[in-house]
Design a binder for this molecule. Structure first.
Ligand SMILES: [Zn+2]
Ligand SMILES: [Zn+2]
Length: 82
């Protein structure tokens, strides 16, 4: 899944109050793998791929590809773009 999280800290560090809704750090996309037990499920992934309707990180994509003997390219429905 893709969660939008408030990562604004920079405004405070710079001694300014947050500029508000237009602050880009207020809505930072964070990619989480949908596969329970995967580290990226709780810590976030760099990229997410849509496989069988699930959002999977690259590690899970490669794992599933290997286990099933299917080319990763054939598993990917699309990549999540933000
Ligand atoms: Zn801010
Ligand atoms: Zn994963």
């Amino acid at each position: 899944m893709v969660a939008y999280e408030n990562h604004c800290a920079g405004c405070d560090i710079l001694g300014m109050s947050c500029i508000g809704a237009s602050c880009v750090n207020r809505r930072v996309p964070v990619f989480y793998c949908d596969r329970v037990g995967c580290p990226a499920h709780t810590e976030g992934a760099e990229r997410l791929f849509i496989v069988a309707g699930m959002h999977l990180c690259l590690d899970c994509l490669m794992d599933i590809s290997e286990r099933n003997g299917i080319d990763p390219e054939d598993l990917i429905e699309s990549e999540v773009e933000v």
